[in-house]
Design a binder for this molecule. Structure first.
Ligand code: KET
Length: 448
């Protein structure tokens, strides 16, 4: 293997091939030899001396900075994590109940799950996102594998495509969740963007979107946010989704849906899956990454699913066999606890019903926070049009504040948010709305 290989996925594959070929000096070129001075006890220099400090993550780093602030006024509106009116993290009652049942069930053991995860969880997850009466499920054309939350599902899906799909280019919206380009690049795909948000109208740049997807090469992969687009809170209308579908199908563009907020946008699980179901209903293929972090509040349990809707049961089963080959060397098999909670809730009618009520309450509280913040800015006469706060959908408001204004709000008001001006409405409460409104008012009147 002397060729020059560019992509990380290719490099990993070639390392694997060398390993399988059994060449004894296979890894020589990758081996770092410690200098003699560092090889004995008491040596002054670390073998890692050359390692430079990496930057904090643009989203999770906001929490790191927040944790270091000792002000009693501090407010974390960075990461998209739901908080109660009291500003506390929430574990849903139905989740507590499911966990109790699992703990009380002495027949449960801690054996490894299969590589693809918990069978019940996979079946129920596909039903949840595609609809109970989905023809694709009835035809056995869907393969679903349990993955490490939304991020892990995107990564496994990306690596599968990099290995087995003929087009390695994925188009992601501009802007998008900050982790998307990193996940897909490291999966071995080449990332390009399509226009999505218009800062002037604070709405969808639909014309730009159609033009960019219209000029994408045939077969390219297109990342779509199923609902509650992050960070903009701007979604296409059902009519616009239909136009997107027609354009994409006419050019054989492959839809890869990221569904991190099902139920959070409208409070209704089916309504929030509309875009995906539209693409599945035409009989075409698509990929869906699902997360239960937000809608079941299972953030740290890392529970999600990757579904690939194929043309036939035979293709789906071969695709699944290859997904296993992606997963096994990555993390072997997924954790059992979170998936068991989800399966317990989804398979019991009463628990499912209880979940939808709690989910709706979370969505409603966020919508209420939008109204309260809008009213507070109106009362203060804050310059500018703030109607986008109540028009946008989901967990975030894309305020339009620039990075200097954000820095000012953090410095003067101890309000933490991402530098692109995104605020997590789920982190706000009636008590903290006035403080945020004061900060926004001061930022737009004092920092231009
Ligand atoms: N997709 C989108 C669009 C998304 O906003 C997130 C998380 C994920 C996937 C991944 O979530 P997971 O926890 O892997 O299921 N977004 C929030 C948290 C984060 O950045 O990790 C956020 O934007 O704040």
């Amino acid at each position: 293997m002397h060729s020059v290989i560019a992509s990380p996925a290719d490099r990993r594959l070639s390392a694997l091939i060398r390993h399988l070929e059994g060449s004894s000096n296979a890894m020589d070129s990758d081996t770092i030899t410690a200098s003699p001075a560092s090889g004995f006890p008491g040596a002054r220099n670390s073998v890692f001396e050359h390692v430079v400090r990496g930057p904090e993550d643009p989203i999770l780093g906001v929490t790191v900075a927040y944790n270091k602030d000792s002000s009693p006024l501090k407010l974390n509106l960075g990461v998209g994590a739901y908080r109660t009116e009291e500003g506390k993290p929430l574990v849903l009652n139905v989740v507590r109940r499911a966990e109790q049942m699992l703990v009380n069930d002495s027949s449960r053991v801690k054996e490894y799950l299969p590589i693809v995860g918990l069978a019940d969880f996979n079946k129920l997850s596909a039903k949840l996102i595609l609809g109970a009466d989905s023809p694709a499920i009835q035809d056995n054309r869907v393969t679903t594998v349990q993955c490490l939350s939304g991020t892990g599902s995107l990564r496994v899906g990306g690596e599968f495509l990099a290995r087995h799909y003929h087009q390695r280019t994925i188009y992601i919206p501009l802007p998008t969740w900050g982790n998307h380009p990193k996940v897909f690049t490291l999966a071995g795909l080449s990332v390009k963007t399509y226009r999505y948000y218009d800062p002037v109208t604070r709405g969808l740049n639909f014309q730009g979107l159609l033009e960019d997807l219209g000029s994408a090469p045939s077969g390219a992969i297109v990342l779509l946010h199923a609902c509650a687009h992050n960070p903009t809170g701007v979604d296409p209308t059902p009519q616009q989704w239909e136009q997107i579908r027609q354009l994409m199908r006419s050019k054989a563009l492959l839809p890869f849906f990221d569904s991190a907020y099902q139920g959070f946008a409208s409070g209704n699980l089916d309504a929030d899956a509309h875009s995906i179901r539209l693409f599945v209903a035409d009989g075409g293929e698509c990929i869906v990454a699902q997360s239960y972090a937000k809608n079941m509040g299972l953030y740290g349990e890392r529970v999600g699913a990757l579904s690939i809707v194929c043309k036939s049961a035979d293709v789906a089963s071969r695709v699944e066999s290859q997904l296993k080959l992606v997963i096994r060397p990555m993390y072997s098999n997924p954790p059992i606890h979170g998936a068991s909670i989800v399966a317990t809730i989804l398979k019991d009618k009463n628990m499912f019903q209880e979940w939808t009520i709690e989910l709706k309450a979370m969505a409603d509280r966020i919508i209420n926070m939008r109204q309260q913040l809008f009213d507070a800015l109106s009362t203060r006469g804050t310059p500018g049009d703030w109607s986008h706060i109540i028009k946008q959908i989901g967990m975030f408001t894309f305020t339009g504040l620039n990075s200097e204004q954000v820095a000012f709000m953090t410095k003067e008001y101890h309000i933490y948010m991402t530098s692109d001006g995104r605020i997590s409405m789920a982190g706000l409460s009636s008590r903290t709305v006035p403080h945020l409104a004061d900060a926004i008012h001061a930022a737009v009147t004092r920092v231009v």
